[in-house]
Design a protein around this ligand. Structure first.
Ligand code: SF4
Length: 294
């Protein structure tokens, strides 16, 4: 029996599939639970703080205000299952919040938020392009000094090496495509703000880059459909294995992917009888933390 074909893709899932098809399967199709990580949860927190900051009037967007926004967001996070799941000791919690504060301070080294004319924050968008349903969350959509659209994506993980920079930008080009389809206007600029470095990577979408993005999307979609039909999702070992939550099921680490399938079916059966949480629907490919690009 073939695997269910997803109904939609998100930029992060496109990247996940091209990084490692097997990890994509475990996450997007088997929907295996992934334990929360401090890095991802810190990303969620910092995104929430910056969203609050940009809801303030421009003149009020000071560093002190941003740190207050971070404190407020941290209060909201305290009861969150993702944060509780980290089970941080007091020292670890102190370091966690100190690092989040450093990321917010670094943000101010990249831009002056008082000059940003946001028109949308944490926007959930969904469109159909070339027969493919695309979904995503745009961290920030704004207008530049000439009234042109700018898409901004915050990143709280390490900035990519030059080798991977292009690949990371390809995700932002997908957001540009989402915008163009949704609003009928192509953004003038898309930018990734890497808060840890800190480093801004910007690009200007063109006809050529848009065509290339559509081609890439079509090719990824076909490859996903083919892999589902053949039940053939292959491991692609890389440095990303160090952060992969699915090593126990990966043949590259002595695991058996069939075990993942059995676990997925068991979780679904438990959920149907009320005995446990269901793995997420295999057709909903936007993870809850999609806006929190780490
Ligand atoms: S451990 Fe590595 S090769 Fe295996 S599924 Fe994860 S990312 Fe892919």
């Amino acid at each position: 029996m073939a695997f269910p074909v997803p109904r939609s893709l998100s930029p992060s899932k496109v990247s996940s599939f091209t990084d490692c098809a097997l990890a994509f399967r475990f996450s997007a199709i088997d929907r295996l639970p992934e334990p929360p990580t401090a890095a991802a949860t810190r990303g969620t927190l910092v995104h929430a703080a910056l969203e609050r900051l940009h809801l303030l009037a421009p003149a009020e967007r000071t560093l002190d205000a941003a740190l207050s926004c971070l404190d407020d967001a941290a209060v909201g996070l305290r009861d969150d299952a993702e944060y509780a799941g980290l089970d941080l000791s007091d020292d670890e919690a102190t370091a966690f919040h100190a690092e989040a504060g450093d990321l917010v301070r670094n943000y101010f080294r990249l831009e002056d938020p008082a000059t940003v004319r946001s028109i949308g924050l944490e926007l959930r968008v969904e469109v159909e392009i070339d027969g493919i349903r695309l979904r995503g969350i745009i961290d920030r959509l704004e207008l530049d000094a000439h009234g042109e659209l700018v898409v901004t994506d915050y990143k709280t993980g390490s900035a990519p090496s030059t080798q991977y920079e292009r690949k990371r930008l390809s995700g932002v080009h997908i957001y540009s495509l989402l915008c163009e389809q949704l609003l009928g206007r192509r953004p003038r600029t898309v930018q990734l703000l890497y808060l840890k470095a800190p480093l801004a990577i910007t690009t200007e979408p063109t006809d050529r880059s848009t065509r290339a993005t559509r081609r890439t999307l079509g090719a990824v979609w076909q490859a996903v459909e083919r892999a589902c039909d053949r039940e053939d999702f292959r491991p692609q070992p890389s440095h990303l294995c160090n952060y992969c939550a699915f090593q126990a099921y990966c043949p590259s680490f002595g695991g058996d992917p069939a075990e993942a399938r059995r676990l997925s079916e068991q979780l679904a059966a438990d959920a149907a009888t009320g005995a446990g949480d269901a793995p997420g629907s295999p057709v909903d490919l936007v993870p809850a933390s999609a806006g929190a690009g780490v």
